[in-house]
Design a protein around this ligand. Structure first.
Ligand SMILES: O=C(NCCCCCn1ccc2cnccc21)c1cc(-c2ccc(F)cc2)cc(O)c1O
Ligand SMILES: [Mg+2]
Length: 214
């Protein structure tokens, strides 16, 4: 039945991007998804907001929930200082296999640890498996009904510290109403909404940035 959408995205990267050049990988995916077929990458518009938050936080330890093809993984990893690590979790092995190739094509494989499995099982293992004390930055972009339980899990596992920044994708479309209520009503979080558009469309979407106050 031919290639999957992630496989077609990988082909577009191999055809149009330059090996070892993350900017060209990002541009190749954005061009393909804007002009050939839509895909659920954070995209170029919300990607600029992601870039600005990552640059501001300059994390030593970062976690991404939801790798998909590795587009936001490349966006984040290209901005990390030497010696810092991005751990990214992907549930779907087919997506993970493509993401590994796209991350490697960008030359960022040494900055990224891609772990396959469900966040609910993997988050409690972060300390012992990867020697993580806490995360400076977390990008939430996986199942939208997992944003609240996984945020609570990160708190319970002591993986958030005073000043940890959570950045959540899709808080309008598809929407994460429970998560918005949680971070906006809990006094331990200082939240701000960055209005944007759903990747490659004119539909409203946005990112919610929440600082954990400890
Ligand atoms: O569903 C989305 N993402 C999640 C994909 C599945 C994640 C699964 N997964 C990954 C790691 C992991 C760890 N543990 C458990 C599960 C895990 C998504 C959807 C849309 C979208 C779709 C249609 C439409 F009409 C409008 C918008 C746009 C986005 O930007 C999105 O991100
Ligand atoms: Mg998303």
């Amino acid at each position: 039945t031919g290639l999957s959408r992630p496989q077609r995205i990988l082909k577009a990267v191999q055809k149009n991007a330059t090996k070892g050049n993350p900017e060209s990988v990002i541009a190749a995916i954005d061009h393909y998804c804007r002009h050939s077929e839509w895909a659920m990458n954070v995209g170029d518009e919300k990607g600029l907001i992601l870039d600005s938050v990552v640059t501001e936080v300059n994390p030593s330890t970062a976690l991404e929930l939801g790798t998909y093809c590795g587009y936001s993984t490349v966006r984040i990893a290209r901005l990390l200082s030497p010696g810092t690590k991005l751990i990214t979790l992907e549930f779907n092995p087919d997506y993970a296999a493509i993401a590994r190739q796209i991350i490697a094509y960008a030359g960022l494989q040494d900055k990224v640890i891609l772990v396959e499995g469900p966040s609910g099982d993997l988050i409690p293992k972060m300390k012992q498996q990867h020697g993580i004390k806490s995360f400076d930055f977390v990008f939430l972009d996986h199942w939208k009904d997992r944003y609240v339980p996984d945020t609570k899990l990160l708190e319970e596992c002591g993986l958030l510290r005073k000043g940890s920044v959570l950045l959540a994708d899709n808080v309008i479309c598809p929407g994460t109403p429970e998560y918005l209520k949680y971070v906006r009503n809990d006094p331990r979080y200082e939240s701000r909404y960055f209005k944007s558009n759903l990747e490659y469309t004119k539909v409203e979407d946005g990112l919610e940035k929440s600082v954990f106050l400890g």
